[in-house]
Design a binder for this molecule. Structure first.
Ligand SMILES: NC(=O)C1=CN([C@@H]2O[C@H](COP(=O)(O)OP(=O)(O)OC[C@H]3O[C@@H](n4cnc5c(N)ncnc54)[C@H](O)[C@@H]3O)[C@@H](O)[C@H]2O)C=CC1
Ligand SMILES: O=C([O-])CC(=O)C(=O)O
Length: 359
């Protein structure tokens, strides 16, 4: 039997309520009586941060940690699935940031408007046997669409790009911004912080130190041989390694991601350590925006440090994003050979990203 008109209308209403669940910006405090919107609009000190892909393996712990960050006054959580649930959950934490959820493409612009910092962990992760480049076909399109939204709604925001392959997605973002006439190389940063976090951890293990005492620069890019730890510049504390230790550490740092992918056996890649690293990096960006002096981290950025248009190295973060890109410093022979390998692979990955948008 065919449904009559009023039955059809009821079904449409039910489906559309499902597709457009209440925006959590209207639901602060749950009762609708909350004044959090007034607090957020009232110019309370702090920055406005959006996470795109907030319901994912990285996105959820990242959202939780950003909600705990005192520099954040407003936190927008955007995803194509499950954003309302994650938002409801996170919004119950009694920390300062006002949390709002946004679900689906039709709410992307609202999610992005007015943001100071946009963090992007949207996209598919690896399974065992895959390279990061195997994610290109799906993630390139996702990153392109999200960056088009950023160019339109918050062109001055700092962008922290996590989605893999970072060596190609950062060039994709740059091309999208160039097309839109909004590209500012200071504001686009590929997140390679997890490589530094791993390098500090593994070096500390070898040296028998607390990882918090260790500071290893990791340059190049974020995949395999493009991840180049500069162990000769491990300055905090100054130390030297045997060749065996250097081989072991370089291999472990370059393949840290694969180590996690294999251990998770099909259930994804690093999420918790990545969320930690992303928050460490986002916090550095926010401290820079606030005007703190001497904020220096490694990131994959537009660069003149080598002949390549993008390269990861130490950068100084300030009120406008990347204020200085530091040269690599003295490399030993082992690192010089590693650099040549890294550059060769990076050149192809960068070109692949550029061509994706230009084609
Ligand atoms: N830069 C780095 O050091 C690291 C990067 N990654 C990368 O981060 C990405 C995310 O990883 P996981 O969180 O583990 O994946 P996941 O699959 O658990 O989460 C991804 C989230 O993105 C969402 N999403 C998909 N399409 C979207 C779109 N168009 N707009 C907004 N959200 C969208 C999904 O709904 C999902 O919630 C992967 O590409 C992974 O390779 C992972 C670890 C380290
Ligand atoms: O290995 C992956 O696919 C995820 C990633 O980038 C990392 O853990 O470094």
């Amino acid at each position: 039997m065919q449904p009559n008109n009023s039955q059809v209308n009821r079904r449409i209403a039910t489906i559309s309520a499902h597709l457009n669940p209440p925006n959590y910006s209207q639901m602060e405090g749950g009762s609708g009586l909350g004044r959090a919107n007034c607090r957020a609009k009232g110019g309370s000190a702090g920055f406005k941060v959006a996470i795109l892909g907030a319901a994912g393996g990285i996105g959820q712990p990242l959202a939780m940690l950003m909600k705990m960050n005192p520099l954040v006054s407003v936190l927008h959580l955007y995803d194509v699935v499950n954003a309302p649930g994650v938002t409801a959950d996170i919004s119950h934490m009694d920390t300062g940031a006002v949390v709002r959820g946004f679900l689906g493409q039709q709410q992307l612009e609202e999610a992005l408007t007015g943001m100071d910092l946009v963090i992007i962990p949207a996209g598919v992760p690896r399974k065992p046997g895959m390279t990061r480049d195997d994610l290109f076909n799906i993630n390139a399109g996702i990153v392109k669409t999200l960056c088009e939204g950023i160019a339109k709604c918050c062109p001055k925001a700092i962008v922290n790009l996590i989605s893999n392959p970072v060596n190609s997605t950062v060039p994709i973002a740059a091309e999208v911004f160039k097309k839109a006439g909004t590209f500012d190389p200071k504001r686009l940063l590929g997140v390679t912080m997890l490589d530094v976090v791993r390098a500090n951890t593994f070096v500390a293990e070898v040296l028998g130190l607390d990882p918090r005492e260790v500071d290893v620069p990791v340059v190049g890019g974020h995949a395999g041989v493009t991840i180049l730890p500069l162990l000769s510049q491990q300055v905090k504390p100054p130390c030297s390694f045997t060749q065996k230790e250097i081989d072991y550490l370089t291999d472990r740092i370059q393949n840290g991601g694969t180590e996690v992918v294999e251990a998770k056996a099909g259930a994804g890649s690093a999420t918790l350590s990545m969320a930690y690293a992303a928050v460490k990096f986002a916090d550095a960006c926010l401290r820079g925006l606030r005007g703190d002096a001497g904020v220096v981290e490694c990131a994959f950025v537009a660069s003149h440090v080598t002949e390549l248009p993008f390269f990861a190295s130490k950068v100084r973060l300030g009120r406008f994003g990347v204020e200085e890109v530091y040269p690599l410093g003295p490399l030993n022979e082992y690192e010089r050979i590693g650099l040549e390998k890294a550059k060769k692979e990076l050149a192809g990955s960068i070109q692949k990203g550029v061509s994706f948008v230009k084609k």
